[in-house]
Ligand binder design. Structure first.
Ligand code: F0G
Length: 458
């Protein structure tokens, strides 16, 4: 008889979190100008703002921290990380960076110029910002099914091959420096890309002579879905699947704060020496010397161990299935969530949850604020505020989806915490018809406004 899964670890250290009253939270969020990024962590009970850098490290990772070699050049910890990355991905040339966007900054400085087109599957917001900052144009080629939150598709992160080929065919090769494939696709809801699709995208890239890079922040979770949902991979190990995924590409950008299981760090890993040489010019300028690039030796060591732990099936099963546990609870309560549930987060569908709040009044943000006020749970808006203004017209961009993301940190919360979140959402859902108005912006920066925007209640 088959036994159920359970976390393949036990807990050695715990950290106290504080419960507050509704009155306290109403005051705190008003003082924070209704921007959840401006709250103190002590004002939050369950923090689902992000799964980035918020995970718990293992005893093995802490042990490797102690062994960290802090030499400026040629540190042992760098070698450990480089060898681990090469063993897992097959990419021999490693550039450590302080986090994922540091990797974007370095690689795009070397490769992206004004007017370039960068096709991909719903680029993450920092990726998009780094392309647009250089006056390049991110071209979204995701399958249409990804925009229908009620439609079941096992691989909603997939690229529409017709859309991609159209871009590749209709533009000169020198205008397309690379294609970027985000695994899993965060903006689509943590949705995976199938191995078949990766193979086909890679085929198109080869046909048109364009390199393929992965935005690999959640590559291990993507591999878990391939194992679970793509029949040919059922009996393969996660490490075998990961290796095949990366075999189809030319390199990767990594925010190690996710599937690296560390609190800070990132890297670029490349197959091609010439591209590596172009990129290290910028890593030395922006990040640090090529054998540490913004990371302490001990952090590189912990990351090397984390990459191995994150690519083990038992860990991934408990991680992804906890996210799905919360998703199932919410579906049982009829709370509208994006389906299928992705790898790292639940996405509440604010268009179906609070259609009574006008879109111009940021309905997803209004829902995220309510979740905090009622339960002390912090999520994040992925809707009109995050979509920013069009860089040319400066008009608000209204994305197809208005979501609130509840990202689950790795190895941090228990299923009881998930039950609590579900109960809070149920209460809000039951009174949703009373919500009629949202928020207006009183301050915003020119780019990446969601981090610092200030709002007032209408
Ligand atoms: N790519 C993806 C797919 C991401 O999700 C992120 C970060 C980045 C790149 C940038 O990496 O934060 O290390 O600089 N996502 C975080 C999140 C912020 O909450 O989803 P970073």
């Amino acid at each position: 008889m088959e036994l159920p899964y359970a976390e393949p670890y036990k807990i050695k250290t715990v950290e106290k979190i504080y419960r507050s009253t509704r009155e306290q939270r109403e005051k705190w969020i008003r003082e924070a100008k209704y921007n959840l990024f401006k709250l103190k962590s002590s004002q939050v009970f369950i923090d689902l703002l992000t799964d980035s850098g918020t995970g718990a490290m293992s005893d093995e990772q802490w042990a490797e921290m102690m062994r960290g070699d802090e030499s400026y050049a040629g540190s042992r910890s760098y070698e450990l990380l480089r060898d681990t990355v090469e063993r897992i991905t097959g990419y021999p040339h490693l550039i450590p960076t302080h986090q994922g966007r540091g990797a974007e900054n370095v690689l795009f400085s070397a490769l992206v110029k004004e007017g370039d087109l960068i096709p991909g599957n719903m680029h993450f917001d920092t990726t998009k910002a780094h392309i647009e900052f250089r006056k390049g144009i991110p071209v979204d080629c995701t399958i249409d099914e990804a925009y229908d939150t009620e439609h079941y598709h096992p691989f909603k992160g997939n690229v529409d091959l017709n859309k991609l080929e159209k871009v590749l065919k209709e533009n000169p090769r020198e205008k397309i420096p690379f294609v970027i494939l985000t695994v899993t696709c965060n903006t689509a809801g943590g949705q995976p890309v199938s191995m078949e699709n990766i193979r086909q995208v890679s085929g198109l890239c080869r046909k048109y002579g364009v390199p393929l890079y992965f935005d690999a922040a959640r590559f291990a979770e993507n591999a878990y879905f391939i194992k679970k949902r793509e029949r040919a991979y059922k009996d393969k190990s996660i490490k075998e699947i990961v290796r095949e995924m990366f075999d189809y590409g030319d390199g990767m950008l990594m925010s190690a704060k996710k599937d690296g299981l560390v609190n800070i760090g990132g890297f670029i890993a490349l197959r091609n020496l010439e591209t590596y040489r172009k990129a290290i010019v910028y890593s030395i300028m922006f990040e640090g010397f090529i054998t540490y690039g913004g990371m302490a030796g001990r952090d590189m060591g912990a990351l090397a161990v984390g990459l191995d732990e994150a690519t083990e099936f038992d860990y991934l099963e408990s991680r992804v299935e906890q996210v799905h546990y919360l998703g199932r609870r919410l579906m049982e309560l009829d709370v509208p969530v994006q389906q299928p549930i992705g790898g790292h987060a639940i996405y509440l569908d604010a268009n179906r949850f609070v259609p009574t709040i006008p879109r111009e009044q940021f309905r997803a943000q209004a829902l995220a604020v309510e979740l905090y006020i009622v339960g002390g749970v912090r999520g994040v808006e992925i809707g009109t505020i995050m979509a920013d203004r069009d860089p040319v017209t400066r008009k608000n961009r209204y994305p197809k989806l208005e979501l609130v993301r509840l990202a689950i940190p790795r190895r941090v919360y228990t299923d009881n915490h998930m039950n609590y979140v579900a109960e809070v959402l149920k209460q809000i859902y039951d009174t949703r018809h009373e919500a009629k108005t949202g928020y207006r912006i009183v301050y915003e920066p020119p780019i990446l406004r969601h981090f610092t925007v200030e709002l007032e209640k209408i």
